[in-house]
Design a protein around this ligand. Structure first.
Ligand code: HAM
Length: 424
């Protein structure tokens, strides 16, 4: 039977992992500078965590969760996102006793049963940051700046930052009233999903993808006109910091998010050229979530980047945006005593920090040189019997074909100097 990977998942082959490592290295360096420390939480949690945290009436919880019952009858779910698990760990390990805000980041796979298409997968990777324990609007701005710097450091441009405030549960009481009043007899024209959601979380109507709902939504009142004093003031300060720091953004009063935990600031970064799945990251404030999962009432704000989408955007734009490392040398031999010497030389060179390949299949010299070329080796170290008697090897520069006699005890120094001269 020919078994293939499950729908909506990806194999990242060796020639692709270099890109991932490139982006991951940028992420770790950026988090170091911004003072975020890595946290690793399980890929599955109690289903209840996501139901309570993300919201019962969200698409993620209603339709997209990989939930299952384990052999002891517990209901567990593969994490559809990282925030709920990080907050659960924060509460469980009493991280609130640390200096606030606690600033954490994570990298890892998330799982959503969505309809797969370019940029939308059932297993995808996120880089996320969460800052828990401060209401400071500058932290919201830091959360917007950090991904912008990441995108820039990777070589991406042409992205757009959209910002909104969706207020707090207090503002939403008034907004809901205004919305219901406005909709009046029109409530029935929304799709069944929206009708249900208008009751539970009216903001969700703004996010519906159905044509007829979108047309109706065009005229509904906007949450930003219903913010309470505290939320309006907070949003004002966010905008002022963004302006002060010269960050380009667009106010989008219709921007709402697909997760119920958000309060106040929400934001999304999009790359228009990516097509339908153009959000390369999104986040916002979630001041009620820590308490919702059993902790003290502590405000928090976070952001997550979809790494596949970031890489798709980089592939589209930047071509070769990272340097693929290549082997320093291919050690070629002719079997017998030359193989015995080859294993010694290979081992020694590797211990000295060089990336060295060799023949494991007893191939001819010609075939070995072909392999060296295919692997992109900079040089070939050719160990012949007559050279061995003279305590030398031939080192061939693969690009030019030039050959040099090099003493056995000079090979490492020769290859290192060559790498420095010709680049990695
Ligand atoms: P989200 O908007 O659901 O937010 O996901 C964040 C990003 O993950 C998206 O902008 C997108 O780049 C990527 N993403 C989401 N679903 C998929 C998918 N099916 N395939 C590929 N990429 C996808 C969150 O997950 C929040 N936890 C973000 C956050 C952190 N808010 C506060 N802290």
């Amino acid at each position: 039977m020919n078994i293939q990977r499950p729908r909506g998942t990806n194999d990242i082959l060796p020639e692709e992992t270099g890109k991932w490592q490139f982006v991951e290295a940028k992420i770790r360096e950026l988090c170091r500078r911004y003072g975020y420390q890595e946290i690793r939480t399980p890929v599955f949690e109690h289903t209840e965590l996501f139901v309570r945290g993300i919201g019962e009436a969200t698409d993620i919880v209603e339709k997209e969760m990989y939930a299952f019952t384990d052999r002891s009858g517990r209901s567990l779910a593969l994490r559809p996102e990282g925030t709920a698990g990080v907050v659960r760990a924060f509460v469980e390990h009493r991280l609130d006793a640390r200096s606030l805000p606690v600033k954490l980041y994570y990298l890892g796979p998330m799982f959503r049963y969505e309809k797969p298409q370019a940029g939308r997968y059932r297993q995808f990777a996120q880089f996320g940051v969460e800052a828990i324990g401060s209401i400071d609007p500058f932290l919201d701005v830091e959360m917007i700046m950090l991904p912008i710097e990441l995108y820039r450091a990777c070589g991406l441009d042409g992205f757009q930052v959209q910002v909104n405030s969706i207020g707090c549960p207090k503002c939403r009481v008034q907004y809901r009233e205004a919305l219901l009043k406005h909709l009046g007899a029109n409530v029935d024209q929304f799709c069944p999903n929206c009708r249900r959601r208008i009751e539970r979380n009216p903001l969700r109507v703004l996010d519906c993808k159905e044509e007829k709902c979108r047309a109706l939504v065009g005229q509904v009142p906007l949450i930003t006109d219903y913010l309470c004093l505290e939320c309006a003031d907070h949003f004002q300060q966010v905008k002022e910091y963004l302006d002060q720091l010269g960050i380009d953004y667009v106010l989008n009063p219709q921007l709402v998010r697909g997760l119920d935990y958000y309060t106040k600031t929400v934001f999304e970064i999009t790359v228009p050229t990516l097509g339908a799945q153009n959000a390369i990251g999104a986040g916002g404030r979630y001041d009620g979530l820590v308490e919702e999962v059993g902790g003290k009432p502590l405000p928090a704000v976070g952001y997550a980047v979809g790494l596949e989408r970031l890489l798709l955007a980089l592939d589209q734009q930047a071509g070769r945006y990272y340097e693929e490392p290549r082997p320093d040398a291919y050690v070629a031999h002719f079997g017998g005593v030359t193989k015995a010497k080859a294993v010694e030389i290979v081992t020694d060179l590797r211990r000295r920090g060089l990336w060295v390949e060799m023949d494991y299949l007893g191939r001819s010299l010609k075939a070995q040189m072909k392999s060296a070329d295919k692997l992109g080796c900079r040089s070939a170290v050719i160990i012949g019997e007559s050279e061995l008697e003279r305590q030398i090897v031939k080192v061939r520069h693969m690009a030019t074909g030039d050959e040099q006699d090099v003493k056995l005890d000079q090979i490492a120094a020769y290859l290192t100097a060559d790498r420095e001269e010709h680049g990695a």
